[in-house]
Design a protein around this ligand. Sequence first.
Ligand SMILES: *[C@@H]1O[C@H](CO)[C@@H](O)[C@H](O)[C@H]1NC(C)=O
Ligand SMILES: *[C@@H]1O[C@H](CO)[C@@H](O)[C@H](O)[C@H]1NC(C)=O
Ligand SMILES: *[C@@H]1O[C@H](CO)[C@@H](O)[C@H](O)[C@H]1NC(C)=O
Ligand SMILES: *[C@@H]1O[C@H](CO)[C@@H](O)[C@H](O)[C@H]1NC(C)=O
Ligand SMILES: *[C@@H]1O[C@H](CO)[C@@H](O)[C@H](O)[C@H]1NC(C)=O
Ligand SMILES: *[C@@H]1O[C@H](CO)[C@@H](O)[C@H](O)[C@H]1NC(C)=O
Ligand SMILES: *[C@@H]1O[C@H](CO)[C@@H](O)[C@H](O)[C@H]1NC(C)=O
Ligand SMILES: *[C@@H]1O[C@H](CO)[C@@H](O)[C@H](O)[C@H]1NC(C)=O
Length: 572
Amino acid sequence: MHHHKRFWRKILVLGLSMIIIVCTAEDFLKGDSNLKWLPVAQRRQVSSFVLKPRITDLRYVMSRRPDVIVPSKNSAMKWKFNIHLNVSKSAYETSMTFLSLCIASSIFRNTTEWIHFNTGSQKLQNLAAALSPANLRLGGTAADFLTFDPYSKKDDSASSPDITDKDDFFMLDAGLLWDAGFSKLHDSTNYTMTGKQWDSITTFAQKVGWDLMFDFNLFKWHRWQEGLWDPSNAELLLKYSAERNVSIPAFQLGNEPNSFKHNFNLSIAPETLAKDLQLLRDTLAKFPQYSQSSVFGPEVTSISRHVGARKYMDQFLKDGGNKVVDAASWHHYYLDGRTATVEQFMDPKVLDGMKTELQTALNLTGQSPPVLPLRLTETSSCYGGGAPGISDRFVAGFMWLDKLGLCAQAGVTAVFRQTFYRGNYALLSVDLDPNPDYYLSLLYKRLILGPVLNATFEPSISHLRVYAHCVRRDFYNYPQGAVVLYYLNLRDSNVTLTLDQFEGQSLDLFLLSPGDGAGPLSKLVKLNGQTLTMQGPELPPLNPSPHKGDISVSAQSFGFIVVPNAQVKVCS
Ligand SMILES: *[C@@H]1O[C@H](CO)[C@@H](O)[C@H](O)[C@H]1NC(C)=O
Ligand SMILES: *[C@@H]1O[C@H](CO)[C@@H](O)[C@H](O)[C@H]1NC(C)=O
Ligand SMILES: *[C@@H]1O[C@H](CO)[C@@H](O)[C@H](O)[C@H]1NC(C)=O
Ligand SMILES: *[C@@H]1O[C@H](CO)[C@@H](O)[C@H](O)[C@H]1NC(C)=O
Ligand SMILES: *[C@@H]1O[C@H](CO)[C@@H](O)[C@H](O)[C@H]1NC(C)=O
Ligand SMILES: *[C@@H]1O[C@H](CO)[C@@H](O)[C@H](O)[C@H]1NC(C)=O
Ligand SMILES: *[C@@H]1O[C@H](CO)[C@@H](O)[C@H](O)[C@H]1NC(C)=O
Ligand SMILES: *[C@@H]1O[C@H](CO)[C@@H](O)[C@H](O)[C@H]1NC(C)=O
């Protein structure tokens, strides 16, 4: 009797264990779409890791990240992906100024930097003009400490005397203060922008074909505590500019107001900011030349990282901000520049942070009709000036290209790269030499315009990302109906891309890869295997490589593939 009981108990335990194991394995396979495409034999191979895990077994560890499963040497599995473009419809179009640029207002503050940014340099002008048309935002944390003084005798050859603090003010951009928990106030960091400085930046912008977006100082008040913004210094700048026929198509007021309490021990309610922006509009209306200029706000920090930013944006829109500004503007960085690693720059989960950011943004604007367009007016890889030795290397292109792709798909009207010049994340080095992201931006400008298309690929893995667009036709003389797709291969091995949809067609490849031995941390970039270098003040040509058939794409690289004769209706 006793024996019987124990026997049945054993059977029961064994049976339950079997059920649990089988269910787990089933869930693993069913739940993960990344595995569905594996041939049955390989699924079994994968599931055997799950059933007999050995922590030391790399293949087991990798099976926890299904998209990095390495096929065994004799496996028939190929890293081959067929890309398909949905050409039936396009939800959004991007304009020529979709990719735009930032220079931090602090450039007017540190006169040493200012001298380096020699607006008269032919090389600088060529580099800037190649990215035109673009918007140039002059703004950031330092905007709220700037006073325009056309008659200032500030000597451009000496370091600004009002800098007493060893913190580079510029490093305080976008949430570094916030995250570092700095509590000291920065009232003492006021500085002037001279008429001469303003003349040289506006002349430069006009010469290279950039449209200015100027960020006015929100810390100027009529009555310090309850009052509204004091537009008198803004009026001075507008009057001065109107007399010189300076074009300023867009304006902003203040920078990251959701962080004011934390950073500067003062608060400006969203409702007050909406009124201040109306005051800015009224001020612009007095100047025929600026009455039609756009106004963007509220310039909050990342809305998915900071609850305060989300609430601020929400309240701003609900308090009438959505009827004052032409688009809801905000900032985004993926990581803290002091701690970011090169692996994070290529981590699909980190890149997906931008998807959450965009969903959050669309949710917010969607809740406050009239629904405003979105504008990402300051954005880069890492806040705090970028990650030293990473944000200015080849690897930074993954975040930049992915962000451009996601923003285009979400209908964002412009993405402003922090920065064109200055900081670890700049497109140009201090010596005005292009970093890899400069060339990536340039190709993006030359190839991407108009309707956004949707690309999917089979099998689906998270370490490959693909976007598609109608091609810009005028630069490389592409025919009507031409399309371009761009990809990021985040895997540490090569993949093959196929386009069954456009089988047999001639393709133009613009494949980018690290330009020196440092791999992802390369300071240089290759286009179709050729390292890109300036020839004196002249840019190198960015020529396509003609190709037919499957495309082999190297590990940890990105690029563009044009199908000139795609004859896609949406692109005609
Ligand atoms: C293409 O996109 C349209 C509109 O978004 C959608 O209705 C259609 O199902 C898509 N086609 C394919 C093959 O995914
Ligand atoms: C100004 O810029 C120069 C050149 O990059 C830098 O060496 C210096 O530390 C900066 N000064 C301040 C106070 O930020
Ligand atoms: C800095 O400027 C703001 C207004 O522009 C002013 O209220 C503040 O007192 C100034 N701070 C100092 C230390 O001068
Ligand atoms: C002012 O600039 C615009 C273009 O920005 C130009 O069309 C116009 O002729 C200029 N006017 C004068 C008086 O220079
Ligand atoms: C912040 O401001 C309040 C009132 O304006 C003041 O009482 C308080 O001492 C300030 N805090 C700091 C840290 O300066
Ligand atoms: C967007 O809004 C929907 C509905 O209110 C909500 O379910 C969803 O979680 C929101 N998504 C984000 C990313 O905030
Ligand atoms: C692209 O297509 C996929 C699959 O059909 C769909 O889930 C996704 O929403 C589409 N995206 C856009 C931007 O149309
Ligand atoms: C990966 O692709 C690159 C460029 O196409 C090629 O040079 C390299 O040999 C390939 N590596 C492997 C392991 O196939």
